[in-house]
Write a protein that binds this ligand. Structure first.
Ligand code: CA
Length: 322
C-alpha cells in the first residue's frame, strides 16, 4: 500500500500542536518529541493573556487542558468558562497542562493518549521559539515554525490585538520574510489581508478553511473553496489549510474514496495545500486505516503538506523514517 513513487515533490510534515498524539498539546515536551522524530514544522497556536503576552495555546478557554477550575475557581465568567485573556501570564504559569478532557466529567477526549499529570506548563511564544532555536542548534536539524493567529475578531471584540504582537515576537527570532522557514496561518481572511497590507507582513501566509457552521470567522468558506475564491486567496496568501474532508471523503465502509477538485484548483493559482488534521486514533469517517488516508492525500490528491498529531507515522509513510 505504502508508496512514495507517485508523490509530486517532497511534502512537508507539520507537527500539529507538537507530537500531540503522544504528549499534551503545545507543551515543550510535545515540541521536543516532534522535533526529535523529524517533523519539518512545529505548530504554534497563539492567544493573548490579560497582560498581552502571546502564549502557545489552542483554545480561548482553559478548562479542557489545564487545572484552572481548581486553581482559580472564582475567575470563571458567567458563561461557565475560564478565558486565557482573563489571567495574567504569571497566573497562567501556576496552571498544570494535561491531555484534553471533557471538563464536565474529566473523561479523556482521546482515550489512548498521555494521561499522567505532571509539571507541564503553558509557555509564551517567545519561550517556545527560543526552545526550537535551541533544538535546531543542538541537533543540527532545522525545524521550521507554523504559527496561527487564533480568533482575531474575538480578540478585537475583547479589546485585544494579537497580530502585531505575534509579528513582533516572530521578528525578534528572525522570522521576517518569505525566505524564512515560517508559515503564518489564520482562519480569518479579513485579518490575513490586514496582516499583509496594513501590518506589512512579508511572511508566507496560509488561509485556513473550515466549515461555515463552525463559526471560526465570518468568512464564507464554501465560496473560498471555489476556483474564484481560491484565485482571490492567492492575491494575499501562499497556501491554504483545508479540512481533510474538503479533499477526500469515504462515502461508506469499504467504499472507494471520493475526491474534490480543491487541490488541483488551488495548484492552478499557485497555492500550496496543507490540510488538517491526521489523527491515527481518530480517522476521517469510514477511512479504513491511517495509510489509506496518507495514500489518498499525498499520492492521489497531491497535497504539499499535512498537519498531523502523529508526525512519526506520517514520516514513515513518506519513507523518511524506518
Ligand atoms: Ca492550529
Amino acid at each position: 500500500m505504502t508508496t512514495t513513487n507517485s508523490l509530486r515533490k517532497s511534502p512537508i510534515v507539520i507537527a500539529h500542536r507538537g507530537a500531540s498524539g503522544y504528549l499534551p498539546e503545545h507543551t515543550l515536551v510535545a515540541k521536543a518529541y516532534a522535533h526529535a522524530v523529524g517533523a519539518d514544522y512545529l505548530e504554534q497556536d497563539v492567544v493573548l493573556t490579560r497582560d498581552d503576552v502571546p502564549v502557545v495555546f489552542h483554545d480561548l478557554v482553559l478548562e479542557e487542558v489545564t487545572n484552572v477550575a481548581a486553581q482559580f475557581p472564582d475567575r470563571r465568567r458567567p458563561d461557565g468558562h475560564w478565558y486565557v485573556i482573563d489571567l495574567d501570564f504569571a497566573e497562567l504559569q501556576t496552571l498544570q497542562v494535561h491531555e484534553r478532557v471533557v471538563p464536565a466529567d474529566g473523561t479523556a477526549v482521546y482515550t489512548g493518549r498521555f494521561h499522567e499529570r505532571l509539571d507541564l506548563r503553558i509557555r509564551s511564544l517567545a519561550e517556545e521559539l527560543a526552545f526550537i532555536r535551541g533544538l535546531n542548534g543542538s541537533t543540527g536539524r532545522h525545524a521550521g515554525i507554523y504559527t496561527e493567529v487564533k480568533s482575531p475578531a474575538w480578540h478585537h471584540a475583547e479589546g485585544k490585538d494579537p497580530s502585531p504582537i505575534i509579528l513582533a515576537t516572530l521578528a525578534e527570532f528572525g522570522y521576517v520574510g518569505p525566505q524564512d522557514d515560517v508559515w503564518l496561518q489564520c482562519f480569518d481572511a479579513k485579518e490575513l489581508r490586514r496582516i499583509k497590507y496594513e501590518l506589512g507582513c512579508r511572511l508566507r501566509l496560509v488561509q485556513l478553511i473550515g466549515e461555515n457552521d463552525w463559526l471560526e470567522s465570518d468568512n464564507d468558506y464554501d465560496a473560498q473553496r471555489t476556483a474564484t475564491g481560491l484565485a482571490d486567496i492567492s492575491t494575499y496568501a501562499s497556501g491554504i489549510g483545508p479540512w481533510i474532508p474538503h479533499i477526500v471523503k469515504w462515502p461508506g465502509l469499504g467504499a472507494a474514496p471520493l475526491y474534490s477538485n480543491l487541490v488541483a484548483d488551488a495548484h492552478a493559482v499557485g497555492l500550496e495545500v496543507h490540510p488538517y488534521t491526521l489523527r491515527s486514533d481518530d480517522l476521517p469517517e469510514h477511512a479504513p486505516d491511517v495509510d489509506s488516508v496518507h495514500q489518498a492525500l499525498f499520492a492521489e490528491a497531491g497535497i504539499d503538506g499535512l498537519f498531523t498529531d502523529f508526525s512519526d507515522v506520517t514520516l514513515r509513510f513518506l519513507g523518511r523514517r524506518p
